[in-house]
Write a protein that binds this ligand. Structure first.
Ligand code: URA
Length: 254
């Protein structure tokens, strides 16, 4: 669901102020009725018209890309390949960045409202599969939970590590510092060999997507993503992980 004036902007009927005026003057019909509220919540199945001309109720694109190595999270670059080359709508931007050599879930959209999800205070949990050069040890779990210091003096927020075998783990972080996970493992005296993002908030990478392949979100994924703007996705995650870490800490200190 989106504000009506916002949907009109994406139908290229003007800027926010112009679209609100169009609505207030009774120029927009929804399902056959004039709607004068700019904040009317448009459902994707609504039928919208302006001067008998049909408008798109969902003029937004949300792509899930399984990012391959070697691509920059950017729209243009003089020398390098950019992820936007891998999708059809070139006016989409990346929702957050991955390093050139990181693979996995990247969301691209034209819905500028979602940029709010990237604000530091939103703490969207992002989970990565990490492969390390040296053996993973269980002490890392507590270190991650305490908050690892990177760049000499910057303490990261608690991160959650789930060791899968000697060299593979799942790690969840809720911020997006530059090269954060690589730097965290360097601080632990280890090194990242490969990194793949498998989730962003409640959105999971579709395991059927091969590296370099993209698909549009289904309606359920669109709703999950857009809803995370209005709810604190990290709160329930933090509570759950905090409880889990306390249990691990007890086991390790006994
Ligand atoms: N942390 C990193 O070090 N690199 C990424 O691409 C994402 C998180």
């Amino acid at each position: 669901m989106k504000d009506l004036y916002y949907v009109l902007m994406y139908n290229k009927l003007g800027n926010a102020k112009q679209c609100k005026t169009l609505i207030k003057h009774g120029n927009i019909e929804i399902n056959g009725h004039v709607v004068r509220n700019p904040y009317y919540q448009v459902h994707y199945k609504d039928h919208l018209t302006y001067q008998n001309q049909e408008l798109q109720a969902q003029p937004f694109f949300y792509y899930m890309l399984n990012k391959p190595k070697g691509y920059l999270c950017a729209n243009h670059d003089q020398k390098e390949k950019c992820v936007v080359e891998l999708i059809d709508h070139k006016d989409c931007f990346c929702l957050g960045r991955l390093d050139r050599d990181t693979t996995g879930l990247l969301i691209l959209t034209n819905d500028k409202n979602l940029k709010k999800l990237l604000l530091p205070q939103n703490h969207i949990p992002k989970t990565y599969l990490v492969e390390t050069k040296s053996k993973l040890v269980k002490e890392y779990i507590i270190e991650c939970q305490k908050g690892i210091i990177i760049d000499g003096n910057k303490r990261c927020l608690p991160a959650y590590l789930e060791i899968q075998d000697d060299h593979h783990a799942l790690i969840t972080i809720t911020e997006g510092k530059y090269h954060q996970i690589k730097k965290m493992f360097l601080s632990l005296g280890n090194e990242v060999i490969s990194l793949k993002r498998i989730s962003f908030g409640k959105i999971q990478l579709d395991e059927h997507l091969k590296e370099g392949e993209a698909r549009l979100f289904n309606q359920q994924e669109i709703e999950l993503l857009c809803r995370s703007l209005h709810e604190n996705v990290s709160t329930s995650f933090f509570k759950m992980e905090h409880r889990r870490s306390k249990v691990i800490e007890r086991i390790m200190t006994n």
